[in-house]
Write a new protein. Structure first.
Lengths: 111, 112
């Protein structure tokens, strides 16, 4: 897996957009970028993934730079329930079977 | 769908005892994963199965740990004998070929 670097923690005001960055400068051409989150005491939850193009689903948007060396997860209107640890993962296998979780970013959404 | 089901949700045992954790994957999913999460080491992949066959067990800590998947709807992770350093949250996850991993709620294990 390509090494990923994320800030240890971030804060966001409720209702505002949360932008979580991830650096993956050693990513190879066929490695996807996956985002998971883990709310306290729960199992990790899949959010979104992408290869080259920007992606959007009901939970979030994923912006991948043209050189693919970094990406940003955007939660457009953060709520208190979005407080969690967010993991950026670039598994070597395109099937997404071998997920290596780093330390992630602790996002705290404040009222 | 009930999601991935794990049992028990909490387990407290004494050192030296055998511990068996159970997982029922989502129906139709053909891959199953066992993870362990601790404060020190984070979330680690222990082993995963494709179509009930173990594919990669390189994350299994040592011979005290064993995992089985006798059929597509059931898997066990056994620790024998258990040690205090095995205390952790153990997660099971499942997926299909096309989809991403769905995680269960975890089993919180405390070995005294």
């Amino acid at each position: 897996d390509a090494k990923t670097t994320q800030p240890t923690s971030m804060d966001c005001a409720e209702g505002r957009a949360a932008n979580l960055p991830c650096n993956h400068s050693t990513i190879s051409g066929n490695e996807y970028v996956y985002w998971y989150r883990q709310i306290h005491s729960q199992g990790p939850q899949y959010i979104i993934h992408g290869l080259k193009n920007n992606e959007t689903n009901e939970m979030a948007s994923l912006i991948i730079t043209e050189d693919r060396k970094s990406s940003t997860l955007i939660l457009p209107h953060a709520t208190l329930r979005d407080t969690a640890v967010y993991y950026c993962i670039t598994p070597k296998e395109t099937s997404g079977s071998r997920l290596t979780f780093g330390e992630g970013t602790q996002l705290t959404v404040n009222p | 769908d009930a999601g991935v089901i794990q049992s028990p949700r909490h387990e407290v045992t004494e050192m030296g005892q055998e511990v068996t954790l159970r997982c029922k994957p989502i129906s139709g999913h053909n891959s199953l994963f066992w993870y362990r999460q601790t404060m020190m080491r984070g979330l680690e992949l222990l082993i995963y199965f494709n179509n009930n066959v173990p594919i990669d067990d390189s994350g299994m800590p040592e011979d005290r740990f064993s995992a089985k998947m006798p059929n597509a709807s059931f898997s066990t992770l056994k620790i024998q004998p258990s040690e205090p350093r095995d205390s952790a949250v153990y997660f099971c996850a499942s997926k299909t070929v096309q989809e991403t991993q769905y995680f269960g709620p975890g089993t919180r294990l405390l070995v005294l």
